[in-house]
Design a protein around this ligand. Structure first.
Ligand code: G3P
Length: 219
């Protein structure tokens, strides 16, 4: 499974890049709205930080033709840019056109198996099922991942499942277990997910026991 960082915070992307586990970044208008620099500058910086990574950048236009033109301009920001487009019927024709023109598309704000099926038929690179926003409405979002996985494997589609809107360590765990191709995780959740109290306690116990030996040089 690939791991993407769900943020436009360049400092966090730099940090997790140096940790050595980062395969890409997903941004969205909300993430970019939190940064001080211009979206163009932020995206170009991220693309330069992860030249081998996959950087998702979302359209902000509403009209289909304007979305199409903006998608082409976003794709031109870097060869590692993937264009994010919301999963709406009015965008199906332009998504199909963009795919035919060789532009990588990540369809976002996806909430049902049927939506996922339609995007697979359009041949998009990624679908982003929003797990957490289903859970916000008392529906098990992970079940959507399971059904998408089964559908794609049953019919042999190439589209990758990019599990998004992951709010908890359990969501991250379940996305892995569901066989998502990618998980996109906020910096806060990633930090929480890699930490474990039993590891910390174990290190403390080993250190305390070793100290009893009074050995200063080893080996
Ligand atoms: O990339 C999609 C993700 O940022 C949405 O997460 O927490 O706003 O539902 P959230």
């Amino acid at each position: 499974m690939k791991l993407f960082l769900d943020t436009a915070d360049v400092a966090q992307i730099q940090y997790w890049k140096e940790v050595g586990i980062l395969d890409g970044v997903t941004t969205n208008p909300t993430h970019l709205s939190k940064e001080k620099k211009s979206p163009q500058e932020i995206i170009k910086t991220i693309c330069a930080l992860l030249p081998q990574g996959d950087i998702s950048v979302e359209v902000t236009q509403q009209d289909p033709q304007q979305v199409y033109e903006q998608a082409k301009a976003i794709a031109a920001l870097g060869k590692n840019v993937t264009v994010k487009i919301p999963c709406q019927l009015q965008y199906y024709p332009i998504i199909k056109k963009l795919v035919a023109e060789g532009i990588r598309v990540n369809v976002t704000l996806l909430f049902t198996l049927v939506q996922g099926f339609m995007m697979c038929k359009l041949g998009v690179s990624y679908i982003s099922p929003f797990v957490g926003r289903w859970d916000d409405n008392d529906i098990n979002g992970i079940e959507l991942l399971d059904s998408l996985r089964d559908m794609i494997d049953s019919y042999g589609y190439e589209t990758k499942i990019l599990a998004a809107s992951l709010r908890t360590v359990r969501h991250f765990h379940d996305a892995l277990a569901a066989g998502a191709d990618v998980a996109t995780v906020s910096p806060e959740l990633l930090a929480k997910s890699v930490h474990h109290i039993l590891t910390e306690q174990g290190i403390q116990a080993f250190t305390a026991d070793w100290a009893k030996l009074g050995i200063t040089q080893f080996p």
